[in-house]
Design a protein around this ligand. Structure first.
Ligand code: ADP
Length: 372
């Protein structure tokens, strides 16, 4: 029905690969551009282009003749997307939405202007501006642009930390007393239809802000979950979103909900929807951007997702460890096929589904032991 549509994806990492896999289910084919010729997506489409999604010329060239373009990362060239939109290519999410979200401070101001509760924060130009916070420590420092997986985030506790801080335009935030971190994925199409996934709860490592695992459904009170879903829907409406949006939130020790950040694309916190939900976030994205009815986002069973990170213990016995992971009942392995080695890099993930939340959590321990 839709096989003649020319769909483009900017970014060819694992998220792009998972969109591609679900596009195949719908009988669609996709073109993908990534600056790395060996990106995970390169092997899954004959229509792979090597080019930088942040480059004006590359995006313009890639987009010519496509019907609709979507993204799997925010670092894309907005001006080229605006030009392509003028030429009749549909860009979902809209360039305006991507532009707001690309910058953590602009994002915060947008949310505040819509009365959405956010972590209080101020913009600074660089390190020299940080000394005015010397008497207000601790604070959380975040690069305004291009941060990911905690790499653009630092907690500053002492004057020495300020000396070692990023020297870039940043947001200085209050350090939140976090009780839980949750994420809510919401989808919206051009007709204004909205569907929301059940919130998931994320558990991070203390020292490096790296996600340890995530569980769905989130194990927090129903009232907070209802409020979180309402907030996610409100944000999707305010952005006039077409596509999907992950809304990361903090639940504070005082049970207050604060939006931490937005991602207008498939998100790590929705990997489990492939096995555990009626419609995966990847299929939902395609439905949303193609004007199709949105799918049922219902969670069918409890699930847990763990990232698999590049590490010396993993490399020492990769085949053996992956086989043992596959032997855990209810495990679903996703191996990204990434080239090159950098400790801490995400090279895969594993989703566990089972009948009860207790049993999936118990299996997390087994998985951790296998990976270490
Ligand atoms: P990234 O875009 O790199 O994922 P985030 O803004 O999501 O960065 O921050 C990464 C992690 O840092 C969060 O998941 C949370 O654990 C911690 N964090 C972020 N902001 C704050 C804050 N203001 N107070 C306390 N912890 C924070």
């Amino acid at each position: 029905m839709l096989e003649n549509l020319k769909i483009g994806i900017l970014g060819g990492g694992q998220l792009g690969a998972m969109i591609t896999r679900h596009a195949i289910d719908l009988g669609l084919s996709v073109s993908i551009m990534d600056k790395d010729a060996n990106a995970p997506c390169a092997r899954y489409t004959s229509s792979f282009f090597c080019g930088d999604p942040a480059s004006f010329e590359a995006v313009l060239e890639f987009g010519k003749g496509l019907d609709v373009i979507t993204i799997e990362k925010e670092a894309v060239n907005i001006n080229a997307l605006r030009q392509l939109e003028k030429q009749g290519v549909k860009i979902f999410p809209a360039p305006d939405t991507i532009e707001i979200i690309q910058d953590k401070f602009t994002q915060k101001q947008f949310l505040l202007s819509h009365n959405i509760p956010v972590v209080p924060g101020e913009a600074i130009q660089g390190k020299s501006d940080l000394f005015q916070y010397e008497n207000k420590l601790p604070v959380c420092l975040k690069k305004r642009r291009d941060g990911y997986d905690g790499y653009g985030v630092m907690v500053l506790k002492t004057k020495e930390d300020i000396l070692a801080a990023f020297d870039a335009p940043c947001v200085v935030e209050e350090l939140v007393n976090i009780k839980h971190e949750i994420s809510v994925i919401v989808a919206r199409n051009e007709h204004g239809a909205v569907e929301c996934y059940d919130p998931v709860m994320m558990v991070f490592s203390e020292e490096k802000f790296v996600l340890e695992y995530q569980i769905a459904p989130a194990q927090i009170g129903d009232e907070i979950l209802k409020d979180a879903i309402a907030l996610a829907k409100q944000i999707a409406g305010a952005l006039e979103l077409v596509g999907i949006l992950a809304v990361e939130m903090f639940v504070t020790k005082d049970n207050e909900l604060l939006v931490n950040e937005l991602a207008p694309r498939p998100h790590n916190s929705g990997h489990h929807t492939i096995e555990a939900s009626t419609t995966s976030q990847y299929e939902q994205l395609l439905r949303a951007i193609l004007g199709l009815p949105l799918g049922d986002p219902r969670l069918c069973c409890p699930s847990l997702m763990m990232n698999i990170l590049e590490s010396a213990p993993l490399n020492a016995d990769k085949q053996g460890k992956l086989k043992r992971l596959l032997d855990v009942p209810g495990s679903h392995l996703h191996w990204y096929g990434k080239e090159g080695k950098r400790p801490g890099r995400k090279v895969g993930h594993i989703t566990i589904t089972d009948h009860t939340i207790e049993s999936v959590i118990a299996k997390a321990e087994t998985i951790r032991k296998i990976l270490n």
